[in-house]
Design a protein around this ligand. Sequence first.
Ligand code: TPP
Ligand code: MG
Length: 398
Amino acid sequence: MLFNRLVSSAATSSSRRSLFSFSSSTKTPAAAAIGTNAAGEKTYSFAFAPEDFDTHNFNALPSTSTPATKAELLDLYLQMQRIRRLETASDQLYKSKLIRGFCHLSTGQEAIAAGMEASITKKDSIITAYRCHGFALGRGASATGVIAELMGRTAGTSKGKGGSMHIFGPEFYGGNGIVGAQVPLGAGVALAHKYRGIPAMCFSLYGDGAANQGQVFEAYNMAKLWNLPVVFGCENNLYGMGTAAGRAAASTKYFTRGDYIPGIRVNGMDVLAVKEACRVAREYSIANGPLVMEFVTYRYGGHSMSDPGTTYRSREEIQNMRSTRDCINGLKNRILEAGVATEEELKALDKAARVEMDQAVEESKASPEPALEVLNEDIYAPGSYNPAEVRGCEPKYL
Ligand SMILES: Cc1ncc(C[n+]2csc(CCOP(=O)(O)OP(=O)(O)O)c2C)c(N)n1
Ligand SMILES: [Mg+2]
């Protein structure tokens, strides 16, 4: 299967060349108009390649094609483009030293955040690690909220006191810096949904590197014991920092590693495949309990801003991924081939995303840094208390 080869190809440098030999690329079967939906809108049908999905003990399979309206397709395109522009703006701000500290960009991986958000409701939850900017945007944070947070300004989602790895919002539980730590927290969020009797679920996301942590398996166990509505989602971008997945994992079939929990692997570079798989996963988890999901994806940049990203993989590999599997180009090709929209309409969306981010950068620059006196606020629940001293520092004496 495509992804088996993709993942095992990251195991050793000698076999890595097979990464470039896939038949699957951003070229996809042309779509045909199939009629109108209940709202009277024209719908198009898009077929998936057989290798877009793989499953482990899972019978509620994703469909082999998906219907989509023009509005849905353009929205997916816009959301991915917004994330890419957001990350590009962050990259520039970091290089001009207006963003400091840790900063991990998700350029290349946008289809996961966009496809997932399109398949869930605002009552469902997401929790992830530090590569979180796109998810925050999708959940409803404003671009200024995210960028100002990265810059440590009061207009940020955490009032400028959290930074890149600590962005939160309604049903978005971060932004977490400790590798793997968010996975059991996600099971806890799902427990809350179940306890309250709310028909909602939680996507608990982690990387291929984090997938090897013990606490991930402890979370699987409890989630299955209690049949929690959680989808454990592994964003397999083939590397944990500079370590190829196969060098750190005895099995890179992350979707099978829940053992007694069913699993789905999906082409994480195809936003429609992600959306379809997440739709199925959401419904399954609410009705039956946990599921393990693997999104096979690729980050174009380094692990973080301090990593050039080219010492443990070749420039050729990165370039090849960009030119053959890019999620934005992939959807663009589908839209144009099916005659859903024109190149000009897509360019207008590109421009809208660029203008939005330019404005957000200006607003963030104009926002002040938080005052030293408020550094001890917002640590505990609102209305509880503000500690007089934080790790040996008293804010009033700073
Ligand atoms: C407990 C812990 N150990 C080590 C680190 C340092 N660290 C940060 S990210 C990372 C690699 C994680 O890789 P992966 O889970 O694949 O996520 P990706 O960065 O690829 O999104 C490591 C080792 C950390 N933050 N926390
Ligand atoms: Mg990784």
